[in-house]
Design a protein around this ligand. Structure first.
Ligand SMILES: Nc1ncnc2c1ncn2[C@@H]1O[C@H](COP(=O)(O)OP(=O)(O)O)[C@@H](O)[C@H]1O
Ligand SMILES: [Mg+2]
Length: 272
């Protein structure tokens, strides 16, 4: 029988901490996320087969918390035959998708700086791999199982069969692998605005959350997703262009827009 996420939570977390947790509805992954009544902790709960993914997230949270880059800390881990839960400390602040364009604009230099700081970590010392070979293999699997969520695709691709979308990317993989080999960084791996926390008073970057996909990868994995996601917030195209330019300056690069588009189009094929 299918067990609902709430049943799952009841079976694991509530049993240990009755009455202490409130559900959060803003997650993207399908995991059940809860906030502690005092706001100091978050708990993420998954069903049995997703336990491995949550374990991977736990190890990444733990690793990043020792790196100097701001993010949560692992407080508790529990698992049984029903599934698993991960309790992390709260990164105090508000998700970057919850503020208006003007506030995001004010926070943008420190967000750019935060991403630069993450990408400046010594990639060789990062034990987690999130490289193109792995991501492309995941995309092949998701497409083969016909599990691509059309809502994740750009509007202009929603009528195109995912097999065709994947084939378009396949032709570039060799070139992208060479680029990646020369420029591997520690990526967040799912760098959308909800996974960036801001200090709502200072309007500064406060930390990264949702670290399940963190690992060594091409920097455009993060850059492509962040800039595309922020495009949904900016007031108009002029502001979007100015934000892209400001990010590129703060990051210290000039954008390779083909490479950016490649990673932007690969990402939606890797969920499912
Ligand atoms: N450690 C944390 N600090 C602050 N906010 C958090 C934390 N963990 C989760 N959240 C909040 O809960 C939401 C969902 O959690 P997240 O880990 O992103 O789940 P999902 O993988 O489902 O996207 C986040 O967008 C954020 O608002
Ligand atoms: Mg998230």
């Amino acid at each position: 029988m299918h067990r609902s996420p709430v049943r799952e939570w009841e079976s694991l977390l509530a049993r240990l901490h009755p009455g202490e947790w409130k559900p959060v509805t803003s997650g993207q992954s399908g995991a059940s996320v809860f906030r502690s009544a005092d706001g100091s902790r978050y708990a993420k709960c998954v069903t049995g087969e997703q336990r491995v993914l949550l374990e991977e997230e736990r190890d990444r949270v733990d690793w990043l918390s020792g790196s100097g880059v701001p993010g949560p800390e692992v407080l508790e881990w529990g698992a049984d035959a029903d599934g698993a839960y991960l309790v992390t400390s709260t990164v105090p602040g508000v998700p970057a998708d919850s503020v208006p364009a003007q506030a995001l604009w004010q926070a943008w230099p420190s967000i750019s700086e935060g991403v630069r700081g993450l990408h400046a970590l010594p990639a060789k010392e990062c034990p987690f791999n999130r490289d193109l070979a792995q991501m492309f293999a995941i995309a092949q699997d998701v497409v083969a199982r016909d599990k691509v969520n059309p809502e994740f695709l750009p509007v202009e691709q929603q009528q195109t069969p995912p097999v065709e979308l994947l084939a378009r990317l396949a032709g570039q993989v060799e070139r992208r692998l060479v680029q990646e080999a020369g420029d591997t960084v520690v990526c967040h791996g799912d760098l959308c605005l909800p996974n960036i926390i801001l200090d709502p008073v200072a309007l500064n970057f406060a930390g990264f959350i949702d670290l399940g996909r963190l690992g060594r990868a091409d920097p455009y994995v993060d850059i492509a997703l962040l800039l595309a996601n922020a495009r949904g917030v900016w007031d108009d195209e002029n502001q979007a262009i100015a934000a892209d330019d400001a990010f590129a300056r703060a990051y210290g690069t000039t954008f390779d827009t083909d490479r950016q588009r490649f990673y932007l189009h690969l990402d939606p094929l890797t969920w499912g």
